[in-house]
Design a protein around this ligand. Sequence first.
Ligand SMILES: [Zn+2]
Length: 308
Amino acid sequence: MVIIALDEGGSVGFVERSQAERRDRRRDAPPPRRPVVDVTAGVAIAIVLVFVAPAALRLVTPGVVLVPGSAAPAAGTVDPTPQLGPEYPPLPADSRYPSRVLPPVRTAATGDHAYIGTRPDGSPIAFDPCRPVHFVINQDEVPDAGGQLVRAAMAEISAATGLAFVDDGATSERISEDREPVQPVRYGERWAPVLVDWVDDAEITAPGEELFGVTFPHVIAPTGTASARYVTGSVGLNRAWFAHALGDPAEAAVARGVLLHELGHLVGLDHVKDPAQVMHATSDTVGLADGDRAGLAAVGAGACHADT
Ligand SMILES: [Zn+2]
């Protein structure tokens, strides 16, 4: 369940920083119910995302990608950019605003899907489809075939959402729950790219848990909840489990499913009750089903923004 509360406190506001959620997956045992609460506070507006989510989940996977690294499309016509706070980087040079980078995905698929958060008009909070979603991968001790798996899953999510993902290569950054969304020294004056990192059990699990991954989409709402959007995020993948799974043909498909599940969270999908969907918290689905596709197409059809 996701509750988004908006508290307007004044003038021109801006909000900030919200790490939307912690996602994970547990093998075997059914996940316990554990509240995960993320609070975003801002000067004038506060967005509070409260997730009462299973602590452990379950995921699944496949992929198609598309945008090669450092594509630099010509900028489209850009509306006057509202003056936001200094913590907001300028509109990226590769924004295609007001045009999408890739066409929207048309699908007749229906089925169980849910969003992490919605805006007042009921539309899902989503990435801006008029700019590429950049990502980097920490290659430190990456499992064999791990990088290939990530890129393939990114491609599949791209194809299902119509969001363009751009591979910015390797990084030495490590995942953290208080990650700065803009890191000028490391990434320049832009939203930091989505970080995919390989992590050890102890870094993402509580005692007694075995989690396969965690995902934190980062939401901002510069002018209130109607302007909410994701601008970056982090995905942490259990290094030891993926290394094991990718070395076992029977488990490799599950690993792919786990990655698709995490990337589903990254772009705005929440868990569903239908065990046939990859976004189910604990089932062993290994590929996108109709509900997943309906949800992914919807989060890929979000609004374009001229201000970030
Ligand atoms: Zn999940």
